[in-house]
Design a binder for this molecule. Structure first.
Ligand SMILES: C[S@@+](CC[C@H](N)C(=O)[O-])C[C@H]1O[C@@H](n2cnc3c(N)ncnc32)[C@H](O)[C@@H]1O
Length: 280
């Protein structure tokens, strides 16, 4: 879809709610660029370290990452498992798996491989992995019960699980119109299949028998260059379909003060998510 921005420019814009269908999209590179933009934020470095710490000592371990995207996180974990360990990154998107494999040929040789797998039905045997991780993928899954059962099933008893998920209703953005902003935030949140899964993490994994559960919040300050692609495609599609009951003019009016704030160096937005750790 092409989105007409408030400045009148036409820019191809993806919808972050469509990360389940990257392969059928005509702009898989938009999704790859979007993740690169996100992963470059300093708070994402903290989040990655939090996930790795929650997985425990990884030396010699067999590690699974679900929804591994471009593979950057899996390669980071591969640097921790040593010569006797192995990391398997899986993703439902062949475009993402292809990109992850391509990037892996560029750097130093690491014990990492990538496979096309759907998190709702993994091909691995019960307890195959010592440690399993999933970052920013559960939010897109249309059968979270199946996916969470699979995360538990493929992790061996006594093994570790570490998950990061946002809670999209925690989006805070400084805007003069409180009513419209609440509508925009809820629309952005509900554009994800599981926009509230951050707050539901603890309960869902306690229900599945995860032990020694810890949860750590991470708040990401969103620069405008990340905020805009995060919301622009979703709000434009929701406006177009009528789900967001605004005219195109009202949508442009909502963006205008944010663009002006950015130009004056006053833009502020943040989003909070949670790292869940636990022992299977
Ligand atoms: C927001 S990206 C996150 C990628 C990576 N975890 C990261 O943080 O850089 C979501 C990823 O989940 C993948 N995905 C979506 N639905 C999936 C499913 N059912 N099974 C496996 N992967 C899925 C997408 O293809 C995409 O690569």
């Amino acid at each position: 879809m092409t989105t007409t921005t408030t400045s009148g420019a036409s820019t191809p814009s993806g919808n972050v709610g469509e990360f389940t269908t990257v392969d059928s999209s005509d702009r898989s590179t938009w999704f790859i660029d979007f993740m690169d933009r996100a992963n470059a934020l300093p708070e994402y470095g903290d989040m990655r370290r939090g996930l790795a710490a929650a997985l425990g000592d990884l030396k010699g371990k067999k590690v699974l990452e679900i929804g591994s995207g471009t593979g950057d996180d899996a390669r980071g974990l591969a640097a921790l498992v040593g010569d006797d360990g192995r990391v398997t990154g899986t993703d439902v998107s062949e475009a993402m798996v292809g990109e992850a494999r391509r990037r892996s040929t560029e750097g130093p040789s690491l014990p990492v491989e990538f496979a096309t797998e759907d998190m709702r039905r993994l091909s691995f045997a019960d307890g195959h992995f010592d440690a399993t991780t999933a970052k920013l993928v559960r939010q897109h899954c249309d059968d979270l019960d199946a996916a969470d059962d699979e995360l538990m099933r493929v992790t061996r008893r006594g093994g570790r699980l570490a998950i990061f998920d946002y809670d999209f209703d925690t989006l805070a953005v400084d805007h003069p119109d409180r009513t419209a902003t609440r509508q925009a935030v809820h629309c952005f949140c509900d554009g994800h299949r599981n926009g509230w899964n951050g707050r539901a993490l603890v309960g869902r994994f306690l229900d599945r028998g995860l032990n020694e559960v810890t949860v750590t919040p991470y708040t990401v300050r969103m620069p405008f260059a990340f905020f805009r692609p995060s919301l622009e495609g979703r709000l434009a599609e929701a406006q177009h379909s009528g789900e967001l009951p605004w005219t195109q003019g009202q949508l442009a009016d909502w963006w205008r003060p944010l663009i002006e704030a950015q130009e004056r160096g006053r833009f502020f937005a943040s989003l909070t998510g949670f790292v869940l750790g636990g022992t299977r």
